[in-house]
Design a protein around this ligand. Structure first.
Ligand SMILES: Nc1ncnc2c1ncn2[C@@H]1O[C@H](COP(=O)(O)OP(=O)(O)O)[C@@H](O)[C@H]1O
Ligand SMILES: [Mg+2]
Length: 441
């Protein structure tokens, strides 16, 4: 824009200058033609060059004026046009510089500064240090060249591998197997959110790597894998006692409460499910997989995503997304912990039909006579029945079809705290030997 103003300014001065030159011969012409008798001697009479007649002078001056006017007119049109062209070129150059800068970021330069700039509104109470950019060859070697034997689990866009960075540090490495736009978006969202949050019940992102097409995320290793594997895998929930399950529920609620209540702006996880709840060596639970998470207050017109069986009805039907969508999914996880059944089960009939756990369990959860009979046999009769009824009541509230009838996760958290032994982070006082016995798988 500056250059346009400069050009107009120069043009203005030029016009003014031309106008003054123009004025002089005109005056002379008028003077010469109006009183030829008193005409002064020709200005160039003594120069030796034959002086021109007044008519000749008038004619050539007219020519000069026409030429000058024509020149100026062309200038008036051409100069701004040129300025516009220069400006456009500058703009294109600037945007291409920005684009190549973003690409550079994705080629392995620190992404943290880029992320901070794009999401400067996201602030944390306990601001976390930026995530480390890791070397591809280091991670390749750590995972034994992404060997099958190192696979810890798999998800929508690839596998998660166990990696040994050195003798003391074992990590989990998630490798994106696809270049789809959704996968790249999830990759960026996961770095974006996990690089800023820090909580004992949220997985720690240690670093990431972008090497051409390959994109890797490096997390702390959770030795006991996912809740999904623990409940529905080969151990069939046998490692998880009643108190242990209550602690997992409490940890999950704490992680969610942190996202909903303590992050500014709040974060909605959007894909809470048992395979995204990970367990460390002491069965402390942490929320993982933030690829679909959204910051509350940000544009909520996001593509409908999530996992069937966990998605709240209002989100599924109307795309209405709130923190209560996570509360609904939490209710489904509570059912999984109590009943050890999958959220959607295929019926053994022809043609096979899918059965929703929520639809099947709801009427039995409020029936005190029936409830014990549907509980996971591994933990059946190992808990105080009053506690069981309380947890079932919490689950029923979380699963209300109308989101406003569901409690906030803070309320859920407070109703779970008295059901978890002090030793496990709750407020329940149980004789120490009883807790120890109850924790034995
Ligand atoms: N940090 C980790 N430690 C141990 N296992 C993990 C870890 N992260 C992921 N996994 C395993 O990999 C699975 C998929 O991981 P997830 O982050 O959910 O990826 P996706 O986005 O593909 O669903 C998990 O369900 C779990 O079994
Ligand atoms: Mg997952």
């Amino acid at each position: 824009m500056n250059s346009i103003f400069m050009c107009f300014y120069i043009l203005l001065i030029l016009n003014f200058y031309i106008a003054t030159i123009d004025a002089r011969p005109n005056k002379l012409i008028i003077h010469l033609s109006s009183s030829p008798a008193t005409a002064p001697a020709p200005l160039m009479a003594d120069s030796g060059v034959p002086s021109k007649s007044p008519y000749h002078k008038t004619h050539s001056s007219k020519k000069l004026v026409i030429a000058l006017i024509a020149g100026c007119s062309v200038g008036v049109i051409l100069v701004p046009l040129m300025c516009l062209m220069i400006c456009r070129r500058e703009k294109i150059f600037r945007s291409s510089k920005l684009r190549s800068y973003k690409l550079d970021q994705l080629r392995g330069l620190p992404l943290s500064s880029f992320i901070t700039r794009t999401n400067s509104t996201f602030k944390q109470n306990s601001q976390k240090q930026s995530v480390t950019v890791m070397d591809y060859s280091l991670l390749k070697a750590a995972t034994n060249d992404f060997h099958e034997s190192e696979i810890l689990g798999s998800g929508g866009f690839g596998c998660v591998y166990k990696g040994r960075l050195d003798d003391n540090l074992t990590v989990a490495v998630k490798k994106l197997d696809t270049q789809s736009r959704d996968a790249l978006k999830e990759f960026q969202t996961e770095i974006d959110i996990l690089s800023k949050v820090q909580h004992p019940n949220i997985i720690t992102l240690l670093g990431y790597c972008v090497d051409n097409e390959t994109k890797l995320l490096v997390y702390e290793l959770m030795q006991n894998g996912s809740l999904d594997t623990q409940l529905h895998g080969p151990s069939c929930g046998s490692n998880l006692t009643w108190y242990c399950r209550m602690k997992i529920a409490l940890d999950t609620a704490r992680g969610l409460e942190y996202l909903h209540e303590h992050c500014k702006p709040p974060v909605i996880h959007r894909d809470l499910k048992s395979s995204n709840i990970l367990l460390d060596s002491s069965y402390n639970a942490k929320l993982a997989d933030f690829g679909l998470a959204v910051m509350d207050g940000a544009n909520k017109n996001v593509k409908l995503s999530g996992t069937l069986g966990y998605v709240a009805p209002e989100y599924l039907l109307d795309g209405k997304l709130t923190d209560k969508s996570d509360v609904y999914a939490f209710g489904v996880v509570l059912l999984e912990l109590l009943l050890r059944r999958r959220p959607v089960e295929k019926q053994k009939q022809t043609p096979p039909e899918c059965q929703s756990l929520v639809t099947w369990a709801m009427p039995q959860l409020t029936d005190r006579a029936k409830l014990p009979s549907i509980i996971d046999p591994v933990i059946r009769d190992t808990m105080d029945p009053k506690h069981l009824f309380q947890v079932a009541a919490v689950a029923v509230l979380c699963l209300q079809p109308e989101p406003s009838y569901r409690p906030l996760i803070t309320d859920v958290l407070h109703s779970l705290v008295p059901l978890v032994p002090v030793e496990l982070g709750g407020t329940l006082r149980v004789a120490e030997n009883r807790v120890a016995a109850a924790l034995e798988p």
